[in-house]
Write a protein that binds this ligand. Structure first.
Ligand code: PLP
Length: 449
């Protein structure tokens, strides 16, 4: 049977997911009314089975920088399939991975001279942790509070969010966390000269926390002083998201290790990579018997490589990196006034098209919601944005009243303006908090019915 028929005959995908994949996730979607049947996507838009169009301000958690179903990436994939390339040889090499590695390293610059492909962001982080420790012969890893680097065991050990880590103890030994932005704390830990690497997101994804002025430059200098590798996790910030191809360019940094993933394949094929200095690579892959010290069966896969090459070309040809910078400034300019305009808006912040709005209130209703569950007000914004304005956004993390967006960098000015108008209306309404919404919020928190 054709795929199209199989999908049509399968009925509501939520039922099948609930039965076979994850019933609790389906419950969440149904509770907040996100259980649409999606049939198509294009650029920054999603379409449901009623033919209704939704604006995607979430971009698949930031993997659709070049837009959903980008025709140039699709064409490259079709071409790669039609070429009947040799695929993964296991004992042998082919052309595409070298081409993509070369293109990535040429753009990354600085110390980054070697590329190890993976199939996801968390695996790229795993590689950084593992190779970083082996290269320095040091046991410890430093990471930041609220940092997010993936959910496999090594990356999870670097995770600074207890809601992800608490139930999965014990994690790997030798991992410590320090506050994001605190150079004194970093130096205190580095002084013992047993820290292999310091891993940090240039802009923290959970909450969209921007680094204080001088922090990342200072962190790099301290790492150099104490012989620690400086690892900038660009899985979410990479490929133009913040208005530079890699966010570290904003501060002129020269990291030793850079995990990337998400948007590298245009959102089509699982992919990741660890870009690293030659010194790190040569310390680990130091002999023929160690030539295969790290890797995985499916990486590098040829479809991901073809999509990756097409994605880099697309970012260049369409000027998407500069576009993210320009549109990001526009979004900030239009939304910063909300801080003065609406009492519940505490902060608006962002870099390029990585943007967030944070809420705070002292009204009776707001306090009641906060008591029920921290950050619940943000759901009162995300849900009507979706149900009334057909705009997909997300709460930026657990226990935080922050709404975050990561739209495709191809988004139009008009769509961005539509978002701002809808946002202003939605927040104004939410702070007046009609009782139906309050009831919904309490139900979503598992408190009301
Ligand atoms: C900064 C950062 N690092 C690593 C990861 C993990 O990537 P993946 O979900 O591809 O495993 C993410 C995912 O959101 C991320 O934002």
């Amino acid at each position: 049977m054709e795929l199209r028929e199989q999908i049509a005959n399968a009925g509501d995908p939520h039922d099948l997911w609930a039965r076979t994949i994850n019933p609790q996730f389906v419950r969440v979607l149904r509770t907040i009314g996100f259980d649409r049947t999606w049939v198509r996507a294009e650029g920054a838009h999603l379409y449901d089975d009623n033919g209704d169009r939704y604006l995607d301000m979430l971009g698949g958690f930031g993997m659709y920088n070049v837009g959903r179903n980008n025709p140039r990436i699709r064409a490259a994939l079709i071409e790669a399939l039609e070429l009947d390339t040799p695929g993964m040889l296991a004992m042998g090499v082919t052309g595409l991975p070298g081409l993509l590695a070369d293109a990535l390293l040429a753009r990354a610059g600085g110390r980054l001279e070697r590329c190890l492909f993976t199939s996801s962001g968390t695996e790229a982080v795993e590689a950084a942790l593992k190779l970083g420790r082996a290269a320095t012969k040091r046991p410890r890893v430093l990471a930041t509070d609220h940092g997010f680097h993936g959910l496999t065991l090594g990356a999870l050990s670097a995770n600074g969010n207890p809601e992800f880590t608490a139930r999965f103890q014990p994690l790997l030994p030798g991992f410590d966390h320090i506050p994001f932005g605190d150079l004194d704390a970093l130096e205190r830990e580095l002084r013992s000269e047993d820290v292999a690497l310091f891993i940090v997101e240039p802009v923290q994804g959970k909450g969209v926390n921007l680094p204080p002025a001088g922090y990342l430059e200072g962190a790099q200098a301290l790492c150099r002083t104490y012989g620690t590798l400086f690892c900038i996790d660009e899985v979410q910030t990479g490929f133009g998201r913040t208005g530079k191809l890699f966010a570290y360019e904003h501060w002129g940094l020269e990291p030793d290790l850079v995990p990337v993933a998400k948007s590298l394949s245009g959102g089509y094929v699982p992919v990741g990579a660890l870009l690293m200095s030659r010194r790190v690579h040569e310390a680990v892959f130091d002999s023929m018997s160690n030539a295969l010290s790290h890797g995985s069966t499916f990486a590098p896969n040829e479809l991901a490589m073809a999509a990756g090459l097409a994605t880099l070309r697309e970012l260049d040809d369409e000027g998407l990196v500069d576009r993210a910078a320009v549109l990001g400034r526009r979004l900030l300019e239009q939304t910063l006034p909300l801080v003065d305009e609406l009492d519940v808006v505490r902060d608006v912040r962002g870099l390029g098209l990585m943007w967030a709005i944070e809420f705070e209130g002292d009204g009776r209703m707001y306090r009641m919601l906060e008591r029920a569950q921290r950050g619940l007000f943000a759901q009162l914004v995300v849900v009507p944005l979706f149900s009334q304005h057909r705009i997909l956004t997300q709460v930026a993390g657990h226990d935080m009243a922050v709404v975050k967006v990561l739209p495709p960098l191809t988004i139009s000015e008009e769509d961005l303006d539509t978002f701002v108008v809808a946002l202003r209306t939605t927040i104004s309404r939410a702070r007046r908090m009609p009782s139906s919404l309050t009831k919904f919020a309490l139900t979503a928190a598992g408190i009301g019915r």
